[in-house]
Design a protein around this ligand. Structure first.
Ligand SMILES: Nc1ncnc2c1ncn2[C@@H]1O[C@H](COP(=O)(O)OP(=O)(O)O)[C@@H](O)[C@H]1O
Ligand SMILES: *[C@@H]1O[C@H](CO)[C@@H](O)[C@H](O)[C@H]1NC(C)=O
Ligand SMILES: *[C@@H]1O[C@H](CO)[C@@H](O)[C@H](O)[C@H]1NC(C)=O
Ligand SMILES: *[C@@H]1O[C@H](CO)[C@@H](O)[C@H](O)[C@H]1NC(C)=O
Ligand SMILES: *[C@@H]1O[C@H](CO)[C@@H](O)[C@H](O)[C@H]1NC(C)=O
Ligand SMILES: [Mg+2]
Length: 425
């Protein structure tokens, strides 16, 4: 906040029901997003000042965007500025609300009579609503969005852009769902908005994600819901009722910070037969680091120093930290199979194959005595990815990075194809 307080705030660019957007004079391309201290429901038909609400919304947004950003999702969020404001990339907003549902409830039940509350959507149910207060934000089909031919920051919103937003919404939902599950909380549904970054012309998650943006049911129990629905359901706005809504908000704000904390530890230990395999091992380590996984490199040969191999193994079995061993041994890989026969932890063979003997050498990793369950992965990046997938089963932060990476790969392919098609026209 030292730098934050020096922000040279320029003119107001826009104002909505819950926040104001200001230009930043010295930072072209960035804006200040300032929350207003009020809660709205039913299109602002009902407005009540709620002290501290802005601060709570700020904290929620900051934690959620930090989680998404660290996972690798592209967002407008830059950094928190004050208790009630953050800086963000200046975007031209796409006037569509993307709604993603895991469990049927609320307006979905009204629009789809006959569906029982609690019905689970797999895959997730996606809906789009055109942001139009005067008409109560009508639901739009994909065809309607395409027909509107929105053009923002020089980017026309066509099929490719709609597909990217659709896929991104699913990934964002799954990441937040996974994170809330660590708090025994079901993410029931969520609504988000995208913008086009005026500088990069990329589609990024924009606006905010706060209590107004989702339904959360602790332990999947609707009666304990901790979201804005409590406010919508109030028969009468009494000071006591507002206190209850505020306490619910506080419940969320206390927990939202925990979403950023790893719920389980984990590490990768790379064993190499010789330091001549160092470059191969460094690649594994670099890829592990990209998933936030600690990676330790050790040198040991199961052929020449089996006592040392087993001693090193015991070091990592002794402290209770879930560990994945990666064995890097050229020529005849004794290391991985010996480890696999002597530990209950997972072992991945990642032999550094050479062009001359590789086709023969690989069999020492593949053809094993019975009772061994080690896997073999040739690419160092892929070995690290597989280790991350194992750790990701119990560590949501690692899982979220894998999930975002999958989305980003999908988007890159889509954009590469679009570019190629445009060139060949
Ligand atoms: N990063 C951003 N850059 C530019 N405009 C933004 C950004 N984030 C949000 N906005 C816009 O700020 C305005 C105020 O937000 P909000 O109070 O939520 O409005 P609304 O009532 O339309 O939902 C909206 O038009 C929103 O789209
Ligand atoms: C606003 O969010 C930031 C980031 O989480 C946090 O440091 C700050 O304390 C928050 N303000 C309040 C009042 O919660
Ligand atoms: C999102 O994508 C899914 C799967 O391709 C599709 O069935 C659905 O109609 C799309 N939804 C929207 C709102 O575009
Ligand atoms: C979630 O529920 C499980 C099983 O009931 C319990 O062991 C765990 O402590 C709970 N976690 C949190 C964060 O409440
Ligand atoms: C959302 O959660 C925050 C906690 O981050 C809470 O303070 C706030 O009251 C909740 N509701 C709204 C509408 O912001
Ligand atoms: Mg809004």
């Amino acid at each position: 906040t030292a730098t934050a307080s020096k922000l040279n705030i320029g003119q107001k660019l826009s104002e909505g029901k819950t926040k104001q957007i200001f230009e930043l004079v010295d930072q072209p391309g960035l804006v200040l997003v300032q929350s207003k201290d009020q809660i709205t429901a039913g299109n602002a038909a009902r407005k009540d000042q709620m002290e501290g609400k802005a601060a709570i919304a700020n904290k929620t947004t900051c934690c959620v965007f930090k989680l998404l950003q660290e996972s690798g999702i592209k967002t407008a969020f830059v950094q928190q500025h004050s208790e009630t404001a953050f800086t963000a990339a200046h975007c031209e907003m796409i006037p569509i609300e993307w709604v993603c549902r895991r469990v049927a409830t609320g307006s979905f039940l009204k629009r789809n009579p006959g569906v029982k509350e609690g019905y689970r959507f797999t895959p997730l149910k996606m809906e789009m609503f055109f942001k139009d207060d005067a008409n109560n934000d009508p639901q739009w089909s994909e065809e309607q969005v395409l027909a509107a031919k929105f053009s923002l920051a020089g980017l026309t919103i066509g099929q490719c852009e709609v597909d990217i937003m659709n896929r991104s919404t699913v990934a964002i939902f799954e990441i937040l769902e996974k994170a809330w599950a660590t708090q025994n909380c079901t993410l029931v549904d969520m609504k988000i908005e995208f913008g086009v970054n005026v500088k990069t012309r990329e589609i990024v998650l924009s606006d905010v994600i706060d209590n107004d943006s989702w339904r959360l049911w602790p332990a999947g129990d609707r009666s304990q819901q901790k979201d804005k629905q409590v406010y919508r359901d109030l028969k009468e706005v009494t000071p006591e009722a507002m206190q209850m809504v505020k306490r619910n908000f506080e419940w969320v704000s206390e927990r939202v910070q925990l979403l950023l904390e790893p719920q389980a530890s984990g590490r990768v230990v790379v064993l190499m037969g010789s330091t001549s395999d160092m470059a191969h091992c460094e690649k594994i380590k670099k890829a592990c680091t990209s998933y936030g996984l600690p990676c330790i490199l050790r040198v040991t040969s199961a052929h020449k120093g089996p006592d040392e191999t087993l001693r090193i193994k015991a070091e990592y079995e002794g402290d209770g930290v879930p560990t994945i061993f990666v064995a890097v041994a050229g020529r005849s890989n004794g290391l991985g199979p010996v480890m696999s026969g002597n530990t209950a932890y997972p072992v991945i063979n990642c032999p550094p194959l050479t062009p001359d003997w590789g086709a023969q050498d690989v069999w020492s990793s593949l053809r094993l005595p019975s009772g061994l369950g080690c896997s073999t992965i040739l690419s160092p990046d892929a070995a690290a990815q597989f280790a991350a997938q194992i750790i990701g089963l119990s560590n949501h932060l690692v899982w979220c990075k894998l999930r975002a990476s999958m989305l980003n790969t999908w988007v890159s392919l889509k954009l590469a194809d679009q570019k190629l098609q445009a060139c060949s026209l």
